[in-house]
Design a protein around this ligand. Structure first.
Ligand SMILES: Nc1ncnc2c1ncn2[C@@H]1O[C@H](COP(=O)(O)OP(=O)(O)OP(=O)(O)O)[C@@H](O)[C@H]1O
Ligand SMILES: [Mg+2]
Length: 260
């Protein structure tokens, strides 16, 4: 078991406010974390630290054993897979699905003059198959539904066999059916021993795929609680995180929450 993320007293300060506030957090390579918290809690900021696109204002953050500020982030980044809706907006609409996935091999978003080997094509087709997208390989990204786009970007993030996979709200804006399909795929992926460490940001406990093992509850940049999901995802902790009385139900590894 190796440590993939190690945050020690991490502060990110913007406009005189700590948007991440003295956070201590550790993620090991066999863990799949959910980061849950209200709008503005600092969830995306946390993923930007983990993705090495931001450094702490103070404190120490290590990613894959390398301390941010003391390492070459360009060597670290290919070892990390990332998806978000902000990334989806940057993908060229006229790129094929196969190319959107395959171009991850060069960390570029649109195909230009890079030379790909048959190994790259095979790998891209393999991940498209794993994420139930093989029938869309030749379609243009701009013609896909929201749910299909999100799956393509996850396939892209996995293309390079990352050691850490970061997902920022992968189920946001999906209809019930698309959300359930994505949750099923994420759950299968999370349960595989070959899968790397995962961190998934979400707003809703209903979007937690079975197989995720840990949860970080975040409010105002601070950890309300962090730990194994069974002990940490409780009505008391959700009530504190969202600042209102929350009732929580669990059935077959799926959760549901509402105010009461
Ligand atoms: N560059 C910045 N300058 C000033 N404030 C910022 C900056 N970046 C983020 N913030 C603020 O920091 C807080 C945390 O932002 P962040 O995007 O991490 O929240 P979040 O938990 O992902 O929210 P959401 O659920 O809405 O996506 C927000 O209040 C945001 O307005
Ligand atoms: Mg966010």
């Amino acid at each position: 078991m190796a440590s993939v993320l190690e945050f020690s007293d991490v502060v990110v300060r913007r406009n005189g406010r700590n948007i991440v506030d003295r956070l201590n957090w550790q993620v090991n390579d066999d863990e799949r974390w959910v980061v849950l918290g209200p709008n503005g809690a600092g969830k995306t900021t946390l993923l930007q630290l983990a993705d090495t696109f931001m450094h702490p204002t103070s404190g120490e953050a290590s990613v894959l054993g390398e301390t941010l500020g003391q390492t070459n982030v360009f060597e670290l980044r290919p070892r990390i897979g990332f998806t978000s809706s902000a990334l989806a907006r940057r993908v060229p609409a006229d790129e094929t699905v196969l190319n959107v996935v395959m171009t991850a091999a060069y960390s570029v978003l649109g195909r230009w003059n890079e030379e790909y080997e048959s190994m790259d094509v095979d790998r891209a087709r393999e991940v498209l198959g794993d994420w139930a997208l093989d029938h869309l390989a030749d379609r243009l990204f701009g013609t896909l539904s929201d749910g299909e786009r999100k799956r393509v970007l996850i396939a892209r993030a996995i293309m390079t066999d990352p050691e850490l996979l970061l997902l920022d709200e992968p189920s946001a804006s999906l209809d019930l059916g698309s959300r359930e399909v994505l949750l099923g795929l994420l759950s299968t992926f999370a349960k595989s021993p070959l899968t790397p460490a995962m961190v998934m940001v979400t707003h809703h406990v209903e979007e937690i795929p079975p197989g995720f093992t840990h949860v970080l509850l975040l409010r105002d940049g601070q950890a309300v609680k962090a730990g194994p999901i069974h002990d940490t995802l409780t009505r008391e902790n959700l009530t504190e995180t969202f600042g209102m009385p929350i009732a929580l139900a669990e059935a077959s590894g799926r959760y549901a929450a509402r105010a009461y």
